[in-house]
Design a protein around this ligand. Structure first.
Ligand code: GLN
Length: 538
């Protein structure tokens, strides 16, 4: 069988959840026994989102091979349980960078370099790249942005060309739109969808299926109307009604026959029904929890829901594993002080101090760590959160009030967190952190080793600063133990307080690897400890 390509575009509004629709369809095809991956093409000019403020773009997701990517790749991995890579996220910036580099090398032999065909050729090359590896039966490609945007035009043009160049049975185009409900008229309106599909067709792309985001069910008449005006078959108008969980969407799409439409259009002989037993099991547990805990997430980007996406999702997975609803309450670290901390963290059965960069909100994070440490509240610190455990301990247990991370004050007399050696010569900001998967060896008998159930692990990273090993003996003598190290460099990756019921800081990002079917042991561990704490303090 040839590799099959499914393109997903969007119209009417942004944030309709193209990533969730792509992930859901991919999940269904995978559950039918196909080898599937998803890639995202983003129209912005940044090479990757690594240099973007989370307020701009939500969380930056990191892959095994160290790519800083769009957060939709997190959804792809969580739904499919397979790793993505650098090749799965392409931006306009990357496309132009390649073309301009080739031009400087003289690769275009004196020709005028143009959007069509040179930019579109490079887009097409990248769209087909993962298909050429032979590792996948189906490649789903999500086109970022909204049809009609000036920026996404070259991507849509590339899809148009591929729709003609590839055999008809190897390409499918899905367009996701919004059907708004006018409360005053008590009516669902199809006009924006008609216009959006017109725009797509003017660009030469003919959708095979229209997926309609809606708050209310679409009647058969409405579906027929959309089909008529949008030039698709009536059965090819699908409703995606607001779901109680994003993880319910694959089941909703299956009920709407989206996967069946795909296997028919793509002439895939494998008509087996999707095997969703484990997925349904997860959803059942998620829907009917018998316990409840509150975890306070202390971070500085809390105003934006998507800024800590993977952490939030990891709690969903870990909660379901424990039959427990995890209420994640976010707290703006800037407002946490010694005077406010008790009040702001009241009711917390567990505390997570989030990753981050720069000085803003750091003192609040330190207060939150201290509150967890002194009150025996289950605690997990991730990346900057781990670094703040170290600073807090240095200040209040070792008695070094000037202890700080060199990120804030490189001249501090007690730089307990310092710049990694390899970072000292780095001046360029993009793509230069310590990124992606590294091995870590855990101390036998440590909390971490107990939770993971083994001593050799691998986790993903995104940082420039590290635990300053010059102070290791001081910390360990006073009770903060380094229980995880990089086996090659000795870098400290995990710190723990054995005297505390559950207190662990990790330099890596466990949240990136948590999935519904494989919840992460550090998150399930934290939820378990939070449940215990909750029951003890009820
Ligand atoms: N700013 C810290 C560093 O660069 C932590 C990074 C993070 O939390 N991802 O080391």
């Amino acid at each position: 069988m040839n590799t099959k390509y499914i393109f997903i575009s969007g119209g009417v509004a942004s944030s309709l959840g193209k990533g969730i629709i792509a992930s859901s369809l991919a999940k269904l095809l995978q559950a039918r026994g196909l080898r599937v991956t998803i890639q995202k093409f983003d129209p912005y000019i940044n090479i990757d989102p690594g240099t973007l403020n989370p307020y701009e773009h939500g969380e930056c997701y990191v892959t095994e091979d160290g790519a800083e990517t769009d957060l939709d790749l997190g959804h792809y991995e969580r739904f499919l349980g397979v790793y993505t890579s650098k090749a799965n996220n392409v931006t306009t910036g990357k496309i132009y960078h390649t073309v301009i580099t080739k031009e400087r090398e003289g690769a275009y032999l004196g020709k005028t370099v143009q959007i069509v065909p040179h930019i579109t050729d490079e887009i097409k090359r990248r769209m087909l790249l993962l298909g050429r590896t032979g590792e996948y039966d189906v490649i789903l490609t999500e086109i970022g942005g909204t049809v009609g945007d000036m920026e996404s035009q070259p991507f849509i043009e590339a899809v148009r060309q591929l729709q003609w160049e590839l055999p008809e049975e190897d390409v499918m185009c899905i367009h996701l739109t919004l059907i708004p409900y006018l409360n005053a008229a008590k009516e669902l309106k199809t006009k924006p969808t008609q216009h959006s599909v017109q725009t797509l067709q003017q660009a030469g792309v003919k959708p095979d299926v229209i997926v309609c985001r809606t708050e209310h069910p679409l009647s058969p008449e409405l579906r027929r109307k959309i089909a008529l005006f949008c030039n698709v078959r009536p059965g090819h108008v699908i409703q995606s009604i607001d779901a109680w969980s994003i993880y319910q969407v694959p089941l909703n799409m299956h009920e709407e026959h989206l996967d069946e439409l795909a296997v028919r259009k793509l002439q895939i002989d494998n008509y087996a029904q999707p095997d969703l037993v484990r997925w349904r099991g997860f959803l059942d547990r998620l829907a009917h929890p018998s316990h409840e805990v509150e975890i306070v997430l202390v971070g500085k980007y809390v105003e934006l829901q998507d800024a800590y996406k993977s952490i939030q999702e990891a709690f969903v997975h870990a909660g379901a594993a424990h039959d427990c609803k995890v209420n994640v309450r976010t707290v703006q670290s800037e407002y946490v002080t010694e005077d406010t901390v008790a009040e702001m963290l009241k009711g917390a059965d567990g505390i997570l101090v989030a990753p981050g960069f720069g000085e803003r909100g750091l003192e609040g994070k330190i207060c939150a760590v201290r509150h967890a440490r002194e009150n025996g509240i289950p605690f997990l610190g991730i990346c900057l959160g781990m670094q703040m455990c170290v600073v807090e301990f240095a200040r209040h247990v070792l008695g070094w009030p000037d202890a700080v991370s060199a990120e804030v004050d490189p001249k501090s007399p007690h730089p307990v967190i310092c710049l990694m050696e390899e970072q000292k010569s780095t001046t360029i900001k993009g793509g230069t952190m310590r990124l992606g998967a590294y091995a870590c060896r855990l101390q036998p008998g440590s909390l971490a080793a107990t939770l993971y159930g083994r001593t050799d692990i691998s986790e993903r990273h995104r940082h420039r600063y590290e635990f300053n090993s010059a102070y290791l003996t001081d910390f360990e003598a006073a009770g903060l133990k380094a229980t995880g190290h990089n086996p090659d460099t000795g870098l400290v990756e995990v710190v723990e307080l054995p005297a505390h019921p559950f207190f662990i800081g990790v330099q890596f990002h466990p949240e990136y690897k948590s999935t519904p079917e494989h919840p992460h042991p550090l998150f399930t561990g934290l939820v378990d400890a939070a449940l215990q704490y909750h029951n003890d303090h009820a």
